[in-house]
Every structure is written in structure tokens, then in C-alpha cells.
Write a protein that binds this ligand. Structure first.
Ligand SMILES: *[C@@H]1O[C@H](CO)[C@@H](O)[C@H](O)[C@H]1NC(C)=O
Ligand SMILES: *[C@@H]1O[C@H](CO)[C@@H](O)[C@H](O)[C@H]1NC(C)=O
Ligand SMILES: *[C@@H]1O[C@H](CO)[C@@H](O)[C@H](O)[C@H]1NC(C)=O
Length: 615
């Protein structure tokens, strides 16, 4: 009985027609996945060497897309259709991933197309005009990003888009919006670049629709949206490889482009527009990056402080001169500079060298050449060979560069060794100091495994005022998943380790504040995390205030880095109440995020400069 019934069902489904919207369905996976379909009709909107796309003329408003990818590399099949043909065809519905990454979303497509019938040709192919017919939401990417910090909530990877396969809410959520257009031809009017072209020539844009967090350069910054949550920017999209084989232009933040029409397709971790042809550059933003208005002061109580991740700097780095110019001319030679990613004297040769004095001496010489009005002194602590992460053999570490005629390290404490833990102590005069100066904080704690230990120091100005600093480079986000991927919230790799690292630094800060609630303290550097991931920083922000907050920097101008199309802040300075009370001034100097291309940047991070009073 049952086989017969099955045959009847198979016959009836073969005989019927299936619409594209039925195949796409109103959730992420196709209800037809694995099934054979016939009589699927639509107009051919675009072709590529590996297939073509068809679109039915139905509504563009619903959750179910009316566009579909047809996969075939068979020339005799491809040659049967032209763009503008109204056709019907059959085939097997499959779910396809462009990469082996289990974090990619699936693309619904017809494979092995058969029975292609061309009903008419030269039909008008109407794109969905984004910003007019449909506009992307500006809030979260997925309803599954549950938690106090939206897409940055911890723990991560509590659910998977494909497994949950919830009904699409395209008006509310970014992945749902772009899924509801999957396989459709869209136009992006007046696109503006929001990141650098990547090495494949792909780039991120926003279009002429309302966005959130637009900064003065034209990029989109991570800010809190109207829902109170940090935005992962579903209001921008990747432009992929043009379907006609033409070459994308080189794009940077703020590059304006001619309109882009193309197919929405998920590829390599992101919804992407595959343009029919390459767009052209209409305008590039000014190449001039203004220098900071913050200058070193003659007042002994006023200290200017720079912060710069100088990206794997060795004694012979090509980018040393540019970095020196940035510090000397764009940060105006701050009295004290926190630098991160100083490599040892042999660069990334894994030869047992750990000393970085040659690297730092060369940088100091480069700073004099670049016009610093004084000769910087430096302080750092060697890591144990190959124990602090980063490029193997490079032994990257944080260091301080300082103006020795304005600042000195307090007292007679020895410089700490790699494994020495520095502690707050009272000196003979009853003033606070450190047992090792500079010294590392709890360097043997397992939280610092394969990561940079924090470099603490106690300073004195010429007027005798003291302040404390901690220079950080927390463990990086390497191995995180695409924020447009299957895992929700997206995997924020090493977030638990970063949280523990911040807790250790916070205990150290507490030990200073317990001894003197009025202590002047600055903690910061490359934190490899957004303060929007509040769970990472809460132990610290209980005691210190982020300098951007204290200086009231506009939220959209708080960025030092650009990734996945988002201008974002990984570099932070936190200051104690005593400093906040005396007013701080902060500027992020966009010498690198405003570069014309990745190749012309000196580092992947922008530097920051702060002015504070320590008495
Ligand atoms: C994310 O969760 C899925 C499903 O529970 C699991 O298979 C996968 O290994 C997880 N990924 C990571 C990196 O933890
Ligand atoms: C670096 O340190 C080594 C060993 O401590 C020393 O021999 C060398 O002179 C130093 N070089 C510079 C440029 O300071
Ligand atoms: C901290 O500073 C405030 C204001 O300058 C002062 O009133 C207070 O006595 C100080 N507290 C300590 C413990 O030094």
C-alpha cells in the first residue's frame, strides 16, 4: 500500500509547478531541500560561468525571496538561456555552502536543471532598488543574539541560525532581511565604501538608505543603536566579484561609487552582492588626516599620553619611519606613549633573542629624525622566549616611550623580570610606588598563557606628582566566527580569557585605590575587545572610566580599527576618578583607518592621544 501511495505523491508533485517563493520558503532552509521540482518559472536576471539566477515577478515585500540560483557548469545548458528570457525548468533543490566552514549559511539552489523551456525573450529585468523598495534594518542581525549585549553577549554560540530555522523577520533582523532577498537582483544607489577592499577585491558599502553610526569619514561605527544594543551593522553589505569578469575598483572608507546592481548571494561567511559589472569610483575622501590638537604642555601637572599598536615592529621594519612621523607630527610627541607589538632585536626570527632594546633604540632615533623635540627614553620587560603569543619568534611586548625631562620612573625599585609580579608598596616617604618599576602584573597567572603580560609603571613629574599606568595588549579575537554566520551570538574567540585578564588588572587597580582612593591611574592599550562587551570590562569599569566617556567623544567618532565593514574601538584608555575630576581630553587620530588602501597604512590600528592632569 505505502509504496503505491508514495508513487502517487511523487507523480502529483512532478506534475505540479513550484514557485520560487515556495522553494525559498519563509525561513532560512528550503522546505524543498533534497527534492525534485518541475515547472519553476522566472526571468533570467544574471549569468555566471557556474549558472544563472531567475526571479519571479511576484512581490518583493515578503519574507520568501522570489529569486533563485540555478547551478550548472554545463555549457550546453548555460547556452540555452539569456538574461531577460522568461523560462521554466526543473531540477533538484540543494543547500549549498561556498566554503567548508560550518559557520556559513546555506544557499538554496536548483542543481542539474532540466527541461528548460524559453517562453519569451528580452523581458525587462527589474531590480529591487534598496533604499526605495526595501531597506535593511539597522539593529541586530538575528533574533537569536539573546543577552544584555546583543550580538556581543556572552556566552556565544548558544544557537545556530540553520538549526533554529525560525520564520524570517526581514523588517527587524539583518540576516533575515538579506535572506529574504537571496538570489534576487538588487540595486544599491550611491554606494559609499565603509572599509578597505580585501585581498580578493571585495569591499563593504552602505547605500542611500538610513544607517546608524555614520562617522565623519563616511564609515559606519559600532555604536549603541536605538534598541540600546551595539549594532553589528546589517545596514551595510559586501560587494563580491563582478559576474562579467570585470575588476572591482580599489575602495577605502568614504570612497563614493557609481550605483551597483547585482545578485544577493551568501558567500564565505557574509551576505554579498555579486555585481553584474564593476562599479566605478566617483570620489575619494581627502588624503589629509588632521594632526591632533592636543600638544605637550610646559605645565608639570599636565601630561599628554599617546597609545599606539605599532603592528609587529622590528628594528628594520619598513613602517618604522611612518610610525615615528605619526607620533612626532600627528600626536605632537606626547610626554608618554604606550606602544604595543614591539618585536625583539631579531624581529620574527625564532632564534631565542628576546631583548628589544635595538628595536626601541631605532624607534627613538626615528622619532628624533621625524622631529620630536626631545630624545625619548624607553622602558619594557622582556617576555620569556615564545611565551607571549603573537608572531612566533617576534616576542612582541608593550613598552613605554617617555620624555625624560618631564617624567621619570618613581624610586629605586628594580625593573621587574619576566616572571616578577609587581605590587603596590609605600616608599620611605610614605608615598605609593611599585615593588618592581616597571613590573608585570601577576605574570604567572594562567590567564596570560600565550598572551602579553600587562606592563605596570609608577611615574613622577618634575613637580613630584605621581601617577600609575598599565599598558595592555589582551589576547586577540583570532578564531572568532563571522558576525554574519550560523553561530549566534557569533563566536567571540578567547572572550573568557580576556575577561580573566581584565579581572587580574582590576585587582591590581583596586590595590592602588585601596591605598589611595585619589590615585591617578591610566590603564589601557590594545584591549582586543569593544567596551560594548560589558561582561569583559565590568570589573574594571566598576573602578575606572573610559577616557572617551570622560572626554565626551561623540559615539560614532570612537574608533581605532576597521573590520567586517565596521569602524570600531579595540584600543581603550581607562582613567581613575582623580583624573576624570580634573578633566581629560582625547583624540583618535585616523592616520591608518583613513589611508587610501591597506598597503599604505603604517599599522592596522589608529593611535590615540589623551591629555590629563595628574595634580
Ligand atoms: C558551536 O555550536 C555548535 C552546535 O552546538 C557546535 O557544533 C560547534 O562546535 C560550536 N562551535 C564552537 C567553535 O564552539
Ligand atoms: C642591547 O642590549 C644588549 C644586551 O643587553 C647590549 O649588548 C646592546 O649594546 C644593547 N643595544 C642597544 C642598541 O642598546
Ligand atoms: C581625595 O581628594 C579629595 C578632593 O581633592 C579630598 O577631599 C580627600 O580628602 C582626598 N582623600 C584622600 C584619602 O586623600
Amino acid at each position: 500500500m505505502l509504496p503505491f501511495l508514495g508513487l502517487l505523491l511523487a507523480l502529483s508533485s512532478l506534475a505540479s509547478c513550484t514557485t520560487i517563493a515556495e522553494i525559498q520558503g519563509s525561513s532560512f532552509s528550503s522546505p524543498y531541500a533534497g527534492k525534485k521540482v518541475t515547472g519553476v518559472s522566472g526571468i533570467v536576471t544574471a549569468k555566471s560561468p557556474s549558472g544563472f539566477w531567475i526571479s519571479s515577478a511576484s512581490s518583493t515585500k515578503g519574507a520568501a525571496s522570489s529569486g533563485l540560483s540555478v547551478y550548472t557548469t554545463t555549457e550546453s545548458v548555460l547556452s540555452q538561456v539569456k538574461v531577460g528570457d522568461s523560462i521554466s525548468l526543473g531540477g533538484t533543490i540543494t543547500s549549498y555552502r561556498s566554503s567548508k566552514s560550518p559557520n556559513d549559511l546555506f544557499v538554496t539552489q536548483i542543481e542539474d536543471p532540466a527541461g528548460i523551456t524559453v517562453h519569451s525573450s528580452s523581458n525587462k529585468v527589474e531590480p529591487v532598488v534598496l533604499g526605495k523598495d526595501r531597506s535593511p534594518p539597522t539593529g541586530q542581525l538575528s533574533a537569536l543574539d539573546q543577552g544584555a549585549d546583543g550580538f556581543l553577549s556572552v556566552p556565544n554560540n548558544g544557537s545556530l541560525v540553520e538549526r533554529s530555522n525560525a520564520a524570517l523577520q526581514p523588517d527587524k533582523y539583518g540576516l533575515d532581511f538579506w535572506q529574504s532577498l537571496s538570489g534576487m537582483l538588487v540595486t544599491i544607489p550611491s554606494p559609499v565604501g565603509v572599509d578597505f577592499s580585501d585581498r580578493y577585491g571585495n569591499f563593504w558599502v552602505r547605500g542611500d538608505w538610513s544607517v546608524t553610526g555614520q562617522n565623519s569619514r563616511g564609515g559606519l561605527s559600532m555604536i549603541r543603536g536605538s534598541d540600546g544594543l551595539p549594532t553589528p551593522h546589517p545596514d551595510e553589505i559586501v560587494i563580491g566579484k563582478p559576474l562579467d569578469g570585470s575588476k572591482n575598483p580599489k575602495v577605502a572608507i568614504g570612497t563614493t561609487l557609481s550605483d551597483i546592481s547585482g545578485i544577493v548571494q551568501y558567500e564565505y561567511g557574509y551576505f554579498t552582492i555579486l555585481p553584474l559589472t564593476a562599479s566605478s569610483v566617483k570620489g575619494v575622501p581627502s588624503a589629509t588626516v588632521p594632526a591632533s590638537t592636543i600638544k605637550s604642555s610646559n605645565d608639570a601637572c599636565t601630561v599628554s599620553l599617546g597609545d599606539y599598536n605599532v603592528e609587529n615592529m622590528s628594528p628594520t621594519s619598513d613602517h618604522m619611519g611612518a610610525v615615528a612621523t605619526h607620533i612626532a607630527k600627528f600626536l605632537n610627541s606626547p610626554d608618554l606613549v604606550f606602544v604595543q607589538e614591539i618585536q625583539d632585536a631579531s624581529g620574527d626570527a625564532d632564534d631565542g633573542t628576546v631583548d628589544a632594546n635595538v628595536t626601541l633604540s631605532n624607534l627613538v632615533a626615528a622619532l628624533s629624525n621625524a622631529g620630536s623635540p626631545f630624545k625619548y627614553a624607553f622602558a619594557d620587560i622582556n617576555p620569556i622566549n615564545d611565551q607571549d603569543g603573537g608572531k612566533k619568534g617576534g616576542n612582541i611586548r608593550q613598552a613605554y616611550l617617555y620624555n625624560p625631562s618631564k617624567l621619570s620612573l618613581v624610586g629605586n625599585s628594580p625593573v621587574g623580570g619576566s616572571s616578577d609580579a609587581t605590587k603596590v608598596v609605600k616608599d620611605n616617604a610614605g608615598q605609593l610606588s611599585l615593588s618592581y618599576n616597571p613590573g608585570r602584573i601577576d605574570p604567572s597567572n594562567s590567564a596570560w598563557k600565550s598572551s602579553r603580560k600587562p606592563l605596570a609603571a609608577a611615574w613622577k613629574t618634575t613637580s613630584g606628582a605621581r601617577f600609575f599606568t598599565v599598558n595592555l595588549q589582551l589576547v586577540a579575537k583570532l578564531d572568532s566566527s563571522s558576525i554574519w554566520g550560523d553561530a549566534r551570538p557569533p563566536i567571540n574567540a578567547w572572550v573568557d580569557e580576556r575577561t580573566k585578564q581584565v579581572e587580574i588588572v582590576s585587582s591590581f587597580v583596586k590595590s592602588i585605590l585601596d591605598a589611595d582612593p585619589n590615585a591617578s591611574i591610566v590603564v589601557g592599550g590594545d584591549c582586543n575587545e569593544f567596551t560594548f562587551t560589558t561582561s569583559v570590562f565590568e570589573s574594571l569599569t566598576d573602578q575606572l572610566t573610559e577616557a572617551d566617556e570622560a572626554a565626551n567623544i561623540a559615539p560614532e567618532e570612537r574608533y581605532t580599527y576597521v573590520y567586517e565593514g565596521i569602524s570600531q574601538q579595540l584600543d581603550h584608555l581607562f582613567v581613575s576618578k582623580a583624573i576624570v575630576g580634573r578633566k581629560v581630553n582625547v583624540e583618535h587620530v585616523h592616520v591608518n583607518t583613513w589611508a587610501s588602501s591597506v598597503d599604505t597604512r603604517a599599522s592596522d590600528h589608529d593611535p590615540t592621544v589623551m591629555q590629563m592632569k595628574v595634580c
